[in-house]
Design a protein around this ligand. Structure first.
Ligand code: FAD
Length: 388
């Protein structure tokens, strides 16, 4: 049994701590604030395999299969529902691009198909079909409750012996050669230190700061926080916008009905590089911009009151694909998930836990694609298809 420190109590860190415990490892999990307080509790609930490159489609197909079994495995209700993603095309060129994406996704076993607007209207009764020519529809995509999912993983992890500590920031790493030997952390009792056999950096937007603690250049894995926002309406009767609906050519705007309380969550690609890692202030410009799109997609939303607006980070690498892999002999990273860390967590956590514990994994994760050293080599991947 090895002593493994996981840094970051978002969905990636918590799920990986759970998977490591399943493999019999002795895990200590550090979160500097409260669990979920980074990007995870700000997310829009969406889960999709509709990507536009093989690596992300294959990973997400596997992740969706894990999501399908997660409630049973974690013995908790997590609000996972396969209500689909519906992308909408506004031009013939976009219909052609959708057709190519559908072919690629089908090749990996993802059952996306092109649908006409009559079928789209059956799926989303309040949809304004007039501006759109066709939809790309995968009924296996879906959504889950980020709060319940993180707490379900955390509860199980603790039951299996994970020492999960919140309000406990990691403040330093001790390194000998290419090995991390100890983790220094703060908390109520002042500074403490613990000897470790391996460390996972799952600090997402804060990951470069952890890499710097290991003596690595902070820009070795360049992750930049972009402020992304959402607004949510009062609860509406279920069944109106169950899938995530997104016309990508409208600034990646999207709407999705919260599977639990019926509020409509509205997002858009109105993003700014965050001023700092505390820059959570929502803006009026976003509110105005996103509602304009939401009402164009589903006109009855003009009568719904907004009850919440919030901001969080897309922690973005230059190619919007995460960095997943080994940085030093016993230092690993899974960070920089842009808008996709929640949906990818079940697959990435399993893969990362197996890599750390056994040196290899059966999860279909393309390690070369996500290699954290690709930036240093100047080998950017095709940009991961990001919305919002
Ligand atoms: P985080 O949740 O950010 O966790 C990292 C944690 O590390 C933080 O809690 C932080 O406090 C902690 N930490 C940092 N430094 C230290 C330290 N020194 N010591 C200890 N702890 C430390 N993804 C989807 O899949 N689907 C969506 O629909 C979706 N919608 C989104 C909408 C918005 C508006 C935003 C902002 C994001 C969205 N995302 C979505 C992205 C998703 O939220 C993230 O990719 C995911 O939550 C990343 O999880 P994580 O565990 O890597 O990071």
């Amino acid at each position: 049994m090895s002593k493994i420190a996981v840094i970051g109590g978002g969905i990636i860190g918590v799920a990986t701590a759970y998977e490591l415990a399943k493999l019999g490892e002795d895990v200590i999990l550090f979160e500097k604030n409260y669990f979920g307080s980074g990007s995870t509790f700000r997310c829009a609930t969406g889960i999709r395999a509709q990507f536009t490159d093989g690596a992300n489609i294959r990973l997400m197909k596997y992740s969706v299969e894990r999501w399908e079994r997660l409630e049973e495995e974690l013995e908790s209700e997590i609000g996972f529902r396969q209500t689909g993603y519906l992308f909408l095309a506004t031009s013939e060129e976009e219909v052609e691009a959708f057709r190519a994406n559908v072919r690629l996704q089908n090749r990996f076993g993802v059952p996306t198909r092109l649908i006409d607007m009559a079928e789209a209207k059956e799926i989303v009764p309040i949809l304004n079909t007039e501006p759109f020519l066709a939809g790309a529809w995968n009924p296996k995509d879906g959504k889950a409750n980020p709060f319940k999912t993180l707490f379900a993983y955390l509860r199980k992890a603790r039951e299996m012996g994970v020492d999960a500590r919140e309000h406990t920031p990691v403040i330093g790493l001790e390194r000998e050669g290419d090995e991390i030997t100890a983790v220094k952390f703060g908390g109520n009792g002042g500074m403490e230190s613990i000897k470790v056999d391996a460390v996972l950096n799952a600090a997402n937007a804060w990951a470069p700061l952890i890499n710097a603690m290991a003596g690595l250049r902070p820009d070795l894995v360049p992750i930049i926080p972009y402020k992304h926002q959402l607004v949510k309406t009062e609860p509406l009767e279920g069944g109106q916008v169950e899938p995530l609906v997104c016309p990508p050519s409208w600034n990646d705007a999207y709407i999705i009905q919260d599977g639990e309380d019926g509020g409509i969550i509205c997002g858009a690609g109105i993003e700014h590089e965050a001023k700092s890692l505390d820059d959570y202030e929502p803006t009026y410009d976003f509110l105005r911009g996103v509602l304009r799109y939401a009402v164009k997609i589903a006109p009855p939303l003009r009568y719904a009151h907004v009850v919440r607006q919030w901001a969080g980070f897309y922690a973005k690498t230059p190619d919007r694909n995460p960095a997943i892999g080994r940085l030093l002999d016993n230092l690993y990273i899974a960070a920089g998930f842009s808008g996709h860390g929640f949906m990818m967590a079940p697959a990435v956590a399993e893969a990362m836990a197996e890599l750390i514990s056994k040196g290899r994994s059966k999860v279909p994760l393309d390690w070369e694609w996500y290699d954290p050293y690709r930036f240093e080599r100047g080998e950017l991947r095709t940009g991961a298809f990001q919305i919002g």
